[in-house]
Design a protein around this ligand. Sequence first.
Ligand SMILES: [Zn+2]
Length: 400
Amino acid sequence: MLSLVASPALDRGPLPAEGGGAGAVLRTVLAGGPMARSAVGRAVGLSAAAVSRHTADLLALGLLRELPPPDGPPRAGRPQLQLDVDTRHHLACGVHIGVPWLTFSLLDLRGRVVAHERLPRTGDAAEVLRTVRTHLPGFTARRAAGRSLLGVGVVTGGWVDAERGVVVEHAPLGWRDVAVRDLLAGSTRLPVHVDGHARALARAELLFGAGQGSTELVQLFVGNVVDAAIATGGTVLRGRRSRAGDIGHLPVPGSAEPCPCGRTGCLQATVSDRAVARRAYRQGLIGRPDLDLLMARAAAGDTAAVALFEERLALVAPVAALLLDVVNPEVLVVSEAGLTVVPELAGQLRRQVLEHSRPEPARLVAAGSFGRDLLAVAACAGVLDSAYQRPMELRTARAS
Ligand SMILES: [Zn+2]
């Protein structure tokens, strides 16, 4: 069995036209396929010869495939075979490190979850990474069913320096300057992509979700960490020291919730999953402060549980509106647990966001596309994004 291993150079400058063209062909087929080469050429703006060359490369890598010709009477000339993303050979692997859980996942090239498993997150950074190192080989052996792995993504909330592969600060986990990529690189031959949760979700939304076909997107994530990611020109901004999108300490008017940063009324402290679960517990809605319990009650239609999520979204809406006005994206995606279990809340959120923002009818406010698969998808997003941006760097094949 051959496995493809990407080059470790994950962050480079402008791409040569060659690699960029193959990536554009692959992303076009992802968004619009199955489609014929001629349609790909029109969509990407490349000549027939260039499309043909890139397609041959992508077929050889097992990233694209040609669908068999449809049944029917033979037609004159060479048939125009339809191209589609080939999901048979490769998988992305990822680990999401959350406050309560570690989520291990495998995704195919269409961003569909093939397998996921979760373990309770216990202990400090060293212990967590030890758990990742010991669980990962068995997980992939059991669940990848012989398919090759394109890389390992490691995603967590908070301030993550993707370039250096370091979790700079994750207050809810108590992590500071954890060199995740270096600590894991020794235990896998695969490239390790470390990224912040919101940025990973933004990449996934652009490839597979509400942002497919868009280049301007804002992703707002509300969980135990509250942060945002901004994509312009199809590229997710990192900002200096990978700190763009750190909105967790914006002030919430009227909130007196103490924050670990020393102030009170910060957004993250006020609306985090833990804060909402504590509120529900204090109100006697759930037997222990656990968001999963509150989500189950809301999903079952308990109005008091739904009201707590409504209350949170009402606090999030002005922040979402601010991002909408500052960045003016094509789509603003809000990922929040209440929207997952009570999809009707999305309409209310949309109205509130647009009430707080400058009116412009074309702006789209969407709930996150991945529902309960959110963490599994985020974990693998960096690996898949790398394959779609720079497919020709996957050429180094090795036997495993
Ligand atoms: Zn704060």
